[in-house]
Every structure is written in C-alpha cells, then in structure tokens.
Design a protein around this ligand. Structure first.
Ligand SMILES: [Zn+2]
Ligand SMILES: [Zn+2]
Length: 250
C-alpha cells in the first residue's frame, strides 16, 4: 500500500533530522546541543517554577511557605491535586504553541516534552499513567493529530510511564474556548468528557497525569479531571506547556 503523503513527509523529515543540525523550536536558528531554543528565544520565554502555589502552580513573587495556596485555590479548590506548566502564555510562547498546534510542526513534540518533564518532574514521577486531553473527532479530523496526545507519547518515552492515549473521549463538540469568560468556559465543557469503556479498568485506583497544551482558566482540565475521578481514578495531576497568568488570580 502506498504511504499517505502526510506520513511520507513526516518520515522524510524524521530522516532529515538525523542529517541536519537541530534548529531553535521557535525561530528556526541552528542551535548547539539539545537545548531546544536558541539563546534569544530562550530569554523571551518566561519559564515557570517555584515559588508557586503548591496546588495550581500559580507563580508567587516570593516564597510563601510550602502549604500556602493562592487566592483562587482557596476560593474554589480545583478538582485536580497539582498543576504545573512549563512556561507563561504570552506573545512569544503563543507563537511556539500555534506553530505546534496548527503548523504541522509535529517534530517539535520531543523537545517540548523535555520542557514538560523539567517543569513537572515530581508529577511525572509520581504518575501511574499519562493521559492526554482529547480533541473531539471532528476537530481531530481537521487537524489530523492531537497535540496533547503527541506530548503525552513523548513524555512516556522520556519517563518510562505508560500512556493511555485514548482513555478519555470528548463526546460533545465543544465550541472553541477562545473568547469565553470563566463561567462560559465551565458551561462549555461541562459533561464534555467520558471514559472509554475499555480504559476503565486501567484507570481504576491510578494516579493520572493529564496533559494539555495551555492552561487558561482550568475549565477544561477540571472537567476532564472530574470525569476521571468519577471513573475511578485515585487522583489527577495536570501538566501543560503554557499557562495564562492573570494578576487577578491572587
Ligand atoms: Zn530562536
Ligand atoms: Zn493555586
């Protein structure tokens, strides 16, 4: 059977990667080693890390003590246990994410997964299983791949943790979350997920690490978390590439 064009292109690209020097994930400049980004782009990306809210990962300006939660988590505790993100969602990182999501740049997945692993090593190491947030099949058909699924697979390779790529299904074609406020986002994703019957046993009693590309208000990952907990998972942590950081959060 002839190889589909998209696969062929990917196949050739994988082959070429062995011959060509690695390029910056963001601007395409040649980089030395496997840093992923050139030094200019590295400076422009706002990486997230401690000090931060131990629950949702919201960055604090200074150390607050181990158990101090941010205002948002105090007001409305999230369904998940912990959430971490590799970098802040802003102008520069937005381009990187959009290239990955819509630009067919699937070959970015291994390097982006390394950034995820750095940001959430504790979460990855304590997970029994890694699960991506799914796209609805219509959107999947349009985009041809689920970017969170690719990240989950690469993270599985890095960490040796098992990946259940299609454990969670999105059975309602939710409208895009862009431009919706928090309440509308919650309504939009409520009841949107369910667990595939064949995955139920594999998730029971497990600590799940849920992978998504961007954490905005947390509506999507909270809805997917509630679905996993209802399905018998013991606990859910979240790891995303980027996170919107709003001052109002505190
Ligand atoms: Zn660059
Ligand atoms: Zn928090």
């Amino acid at each position: 059977m002839p190889m589909p064009i998209a696969n062929l292109r990917q196949y050739l690209r994988n082959g070429l990667d062995l011959l060509l020097p690695p390029q910056c994930l963001s601007c395409g400049t040649i980089v030395v080693g496997d840093a992923g980004l050139c030094s200019d782009c590295w400076d422009n990306i706002a990486f997230l890390g401690p000090p931060q809210c131990p629950r949702c990962g919201f960055p604090f300006e200074f150390e607050m003590g181990e158990d101090v939660l941010c205002g948002a988590c105090l007001r409305a505790p999230p369904a998940f246990d912990r959430c971490r993100a590799a970098f802040r969602y802003h102008e520069e990182s937005r381009k990187l994410i959009l290239d990955f999501k819509h630009g067919d740049r699937t070959y970015l997945a291994p390097a982006l997964a390394r950034l995820l692993y750095q940001a959430g090593r504790d979460l990855v190491n304590s997970a029994n299983v890694i699960v991506p947030v799914p796209l609805h099949r219509w959107r999947l058909a349009r985009r041809r791949f689920n970017q969170s699924g690719l990240l989950a697979i690469e993270l599985g390779k890095l960490s040796g943790r098992p990946v259940l790529s299609d454990a969670v299904l999105r059975h309602r074609a939710t409208q895009s979350q862009g431009g919706l406020n928090r309440r509308a986002r919650n309504r939009n994703v409520r009841g949107a997920f369910r667990i595939r019957a064949s995955a139920r046993e594999k998730l029971r009693g497990k600590r799940v690490l849920l992978i998504d590309d961007v954490f905005t208000t947390g509506a999507t990952v909270n809805a997917a978390t509630r679905c996993l907990l209802r399905g018998g998972a013991a606990a859910v942590d979240i790891l995303t590439l980027a996170r919107v950081v709003r001052p109002a959060h505190v």
